[in-house]
Design a protein around this ligand. Structure first.
Ligand SMILES: *[C@@H]1O[C@H](CO)[C@@H](O)[C@H](O)[C@H]1NC(C)=O
Length: 302
């Protein structure tokens, strides 16, 4: 019996080498934005693990005429399925059958999801959704999350399987390098040398706006014909920079800015999923027939 795989050992060795060889990784110099993000991250991650998720991945949930499709929640890079703890009770209350996975674990690095090559994560997503559809006896789902679903529909076996796709600060057109630096530094894994970064978190450099992955993702158009697309961005996003890169430019897409709904919402990238204003906006996208104004007061009236 092997207790530690070669890949794990390699990852640990790389982490160790980065720590001793690279003073930037050992004691990163953070800009005020990066420091704020780094401070928010551990709370967000540990907070969500403490809360856990209830009512999710319940295959006995009954689909209804009002909500005929399972709702798939796809977390952000660095987070896990538990990051949906604040949205899921409200979604269940509204009658949605909610399913969430953690994808993109890499090299046995604990806690953080979304580190693996994005193509591999998209495949994990596909396997999960196919299983949900088979067990719920449906041929389509609704989707809340980032760009994974779009890659799955375009290049894997996801075509025709999504009705509505709601993006929460998705990395649609890629981010500037500084967004990735913020990510990497916040988890103590930043290294400017791409080959070293790739050994730990291949997804980081794939999210840069000049990457071959982003070019492939948007080749021939940034939306999927037949899918109802919408996106919400936040001004205070330190990861998706500039924030407008989250928006799809194709016609027919609904693009929103959180601060246009509520000017005093200071949510950054990872805490979008804690915002009741964002939640109300998401509910409105999922079911326009019951939409209510999403504004600063949404949190009191949900
Ligand atoms: C699955 O759905 C089809 C079509 O809606 C229906 O005819 C069939 O009875 C369902 N099967 C089960 C096991 O519920």
């Amino acid at each position: 019996m092997r207790f530690i795989s070669f890949k794990t050992l390699l990852a640990l060795l790389v982490c160790f080498l980065i720590t001793i060889l690279n003073p930037v990784a050992a004691a990163p110099v953070l800009s005020p934005d990066e420091a704020r993000f780094a401070a928010a991250l551990p709370n967000h991650v540990t907070g969500l693990h403490k809360r856990g998720l209830t009512g999710v991945n319940d295959f006995n949930c009954k689909l209804t005429a009002a909500h005929p499709r399972p709702l798939i929640l796809v977390h952000a890079t660095l987070l896990t399925a538990e990051s949906w703890w604040s949205f899921t009770p409200k979604l269940r209350e509204r009658g949605y059958c909610v399913f969430a996975l953690t994808y993109g674990r890499y090299n046995s690095i604990p806690i953080f999801g979304g580190l693996a090559p994005i193509e591999q994560s998209a495949q994990e997503l596909g396997t999960f959704v196919n299983d949900v559809m088979a067990r719920m006896n449906v041929t389509q789902v609704d989707y809340v999350g980032g760009i994974l679903g779009r890659y799955w529909m375009k290049y894997l076996d996801g075509a025709g399987k999504v009705n509505r796709m709601v993006g929460i600060a998705p990395i649609t057109h890629g981010t500037t390098l500084s967004g990735i630096v913020t990510f990497g530094k916040a988890v103590g894994l930043f290294n400017p040398v791409q080959s070293i970064s790739d050994a730990i978190a291949p997804s980081f450099y794939q999210m840069v706006n000049t990457s071959p992955f982003i070019a492939k993702l948007n080749q021939g158009g940034d939306s999927i014909p037949g899918v109802i697309h919408s996106n919400i961005a936040t001004k205070y996003d330190e990861v998706v920079t500039p924030y407008s890169t989250a928006w799809q430019t194709s016609s027919g897409v609904t693009n929103a800015l959180l601060q246009d709904l509520c000017g005093i919402s200071f949510n950054e990238h990872l805490t979008m999923v804690n915002s009741k204003v964002v939640l109300q906006w998401v509910l409105n996208q999922l079911d326009p027939s019951t939409a209510k104004t999403a504004n600063c007061f949404s949190r009191f009236f949900m």
